[in-house]
Design a protein around this ligand. Structure first.
Ligand SMILES: N[C@@H](CCC(=O)N[C@@H](CS)C(=O)NCC(=O)O)C(=O)O
Length: 254
């Protein structure tokens, strides 16, 4: 039996949700409200030492890190496949997943938090000292301290620049075909989509069909897949891409 601990189907939580739905797998859904700080409860920390969603529990074992959760699902439940069958295609798919983990996720998450997350906490009776004291690791505590304080314009500008570069990279890759890692939809498309789907709300000009026609068409193509629609329909909020939690720490890419 599969249990899935998740927040709204956006970012990393969307990646695993889409993989499960694309494969037609049954699972128990356990919602973790990140903006109520349920991820810092002892019960959740027993599954994820850093207090981050998503977590997949399979036969009593907890799996974290969406790239590896998705690859595990693909190995454990190979039909339909979500990784290319050739070694070069697999290398491309892993490269895209690493790019998302190390670079794109943090940039998009910064913009999303500033646009949606910070506002969602307003009006709630929040004691930052109490919240930070429950965060399990130094790195996540620093992430939350910065998020609660609010990001400055320089940080948001840097994130916008990174997002622009990402769209250029995706646009160039899509010159080779409809999907990011070969002839078929794969975990590469899932990883990139999970964050890029924020851009129509955050930086619409970057995705303008005039500026990035292949990326805009790809986003439509991925959005229209039944598995993707089913995953996004698991949201509790009216639009999961108008909700945000702090994402991963910034890492150097390449
Ligand atoms: N590298 C991790 C990143 C996970 C991540 O960014 N999780 C966010 C939600 S998308 C989270 O749980 N943030 C809340 C927190 O850290 O308290 C993965 O891909 O699984």
């Amino acid at each position: 039996m599969l249990q899935r601990y998740h927040w709204e189907p956006n970012g990393a939580c969307a990646r695993v949700m889409i993989a499960l739905k694309e494969k037609g797998l049954e699972f128990e859904s356990r919602y973790v409200d990140l903006l109520a700080f349920e991820q810092h409860s002892p019960a959740f920390l027993a599954l994820s030492g850093t207090g981050e969603t998503p977590v997949l529990v399979r036969d009593g074992e907890a799996f974290t890190e969406s790239s590896y959760v998705c690859e595990h699902l693909d190995e454990a439940f190979p039909d339909p496949p979500l990784m290319p069958s050739d070694p070069y295609g697999r290398w491309r798919a892993r490269g895209w997943q690493k790019y998302v983990d190390d670079y794109l996720a943090a940039a998009v998450a910064d913009l999303a938090w500033a646009a949606f997350g910070a506002g969602a906490l307003q009006g709630r009776d929040i004691d930052p000292g109490r919240i930070l004291a429950r965060v399990p690791t130094h790195e996540r505590r620093a992430v939350w301290a910065e998020a609660l304080a609010g990001y400055d314009e320089a940080r948001l500008d840097r994130a916008r620049g990174r997002v622009r570069l990402a769209v250029e990279k995706i646009e160039a890759e899509l010159e080779r075909g409809d999907w990011l890692a070969g002839a078929a939809f794969s975990l590469a498309d899932i990883a990139v989509f999970a964050y890029l789907n924020y851009l129509p709300r955050l930086t619409p000009a970057v995705l303008d069909p005039g500026a990035a026609p292949r990326t805009a068409a790809w986003l439509e193509r991925v959005s229209g897949r039944p598995g993707v629609k089913a995953a996004l329909a698991m949201a509790r909020t009216p639009d999961p891409y108008a909700a945000a939690a702090p994402g991963p720490e910034h890492v150097r890419w390449g």
